[in-house]
Design a protein around this ligand. Structure first.
Ligand code: FAD
Length: 353
């Protein structure tokens, strides 16, 4: 059976909900298809101690502030999940859960969205599938030879399973720093490696400043002015309280990246070695775009070329939330509202014409 609607939004995390909010405000008929059975997108799966890198009010989607979490400046992931669950209910967003989209294809004047529970015909599609389902591991010599456990950020839950173990954490971003701090506080035998020395943002700066910097960059580029460099010059790690505490207690010493893994550990260029039980790769993600393969839009670095959120080579397709290439800070709670609004406006124009 094929059903028809104006717009299919693929993904019911924060980006899909922000899209739904603006489509609803514009009176555009739509449906939001989400592979998961519960609300909250990727926030449902993060490690237990994760802290958002901005205070609650600065982690808000359009229309409704995230309420503060009792006793916390930086909310945890469970708080983000309840906020998103409340958000979709409050705005009566048409989310269908447990529906996985396998492909989007051109179908005359429409786009056909194929799912594991039937197809949809739509005049436009917003893809908002995030990155969590595509963890990235770098190609490091010896990775296949290492006989211990290897895991990525997406598999980390808590330090409990690493008590008494020797662990290498790889990565100098927020995930690497937070997980290293988590393990260090729990007394794990930790080796933290980063490609360059860790760059902490000043303690009084958090995700608010990152958002401002990303917005200033977009404005400068749009106005044809010099590239401000965006967030890159500010630092890589927001010193949220557990990270700050571990750093100040002298628990976080980063070593440079090793040159190879051995069957029992890692080896550096100067011949130094360390024996470990596990390697934790906090090495980022790639956009989850496999469902768009049939449209043949992917370019360099696996990205689809966009103008704002619109795919250059398929104007009925918008991409939301994957990174700065789909709008400044669009892969953050506070940053996705604006590109979502712009996408809804463009689609309103398309459907009206
Ligand atoms: P997701 O939350 O990943 O939602 C995508 C949804 O699409 C999921 O429900 C998924 O199941 C579904 N989906 C995927 N493929 C399909 C398919 N084929 N068919 C149907 N459904 C599909 N941002 C902040 O603002 N503040 C922070 O503090 C912060 N901390 C972060 C910490 C970590 C460790 C990470 C990884 C990211 C963090 N971010 C933060 C960035 C960002 O806010 C999150 O990654 C957020 O989850 C992105 O939301 P999203 O809706 O784009 O994607």
């Amino acid at each position: 059976m094929t059903r028809s609607t104006g717009v299919v939004v693929i993904g019911g995390g924060q980006s899909g909900l922000a899209a739904g909010y603006h489509l609803r405000r514009s009176g555009i008929e739509h449906v939001i298809l989400d592979a998961q059975t519960a609300p909250g997108g990727a926030w449902q799966h993060t490690w237990e101690s994760l802290r958002l890198f901005s205070p609650a009010a600065y982690s808000s989607l359009p229309g409704r502030f995230m309420p503060a979490q009792d006793g916390q400046v930086y909310p945890d992931a469970a708080h983000a999940v309840s906020y998103l669950a409340d958000y979709e209910k409050r705005y009566e967003l048409p989310v269908q859960r447990g529906v996985r989209v396998s492909a989007v294809r051109r179908d005359g004047g429409h786009l056909r969205v194929e799912t594991d529970s039937g197809d949809w015909r739509a005049r436009a599609v917003i893809s908002a599938t995030g990155t969590w389902t595509r963890p990235f591991l770098p190609a490091v010599p010896g990775r296949r030879d290492f006989r211990g456990r290897q895991l990525h950020t997406v598999q980390y839950v808590s330090p409990a399973e690493f008590v008494g173990r020797r662990v290498i954490v790889v990565g100098g971003g927020n995930s690497g720093a937070q997980i290293a701090a988590d393990l260090a506080h729990a007394g794990t035998d930790l080796t933290w490696v980063t490609q360059r020395p860790p760059r902490y943002l000043p303690d009084d700066i958090d995700g608010r400043a990152l958002f401002d910097a990303a917005t200033a960059r977009r404005k400068a580029l749009d106005a044809g002015s010099t590239d401000t460099g965006g967030v890159a010059h500010l630092g890589d790690i927001v010193a949220v309280p557990p990270v700050r505490a571990a750093r100040d207690a002298g628990l976080l010493h980063a070593k440079p990246m090793f040159t190879r893994l051995t069957p029992t550990g890692a080896e550096w260029a100067d011949g130094t070695t360390v024996e470990v039980d596990a390697v934790m790769w906090c090495t980022g993600f790639r956009p989850a775009l496999a469902h768009l393969a049939a449209l043949r839009l992917r370019g360099a670095r696996g990205h689809i070329a966009t103008v704002g959120t619109r795919a250059v080579d398929e104007p009925r397709l918008h991409l939301l939330g994957y990174g700065d290439w789909t709008g400044p800070a669009s892969a953050t709670l506070i940053g996705v509202g604006r590109p979502a609004r712009d996408a809804a406006r463009e689609i309103a124009g398309l459907l009206g014409s």
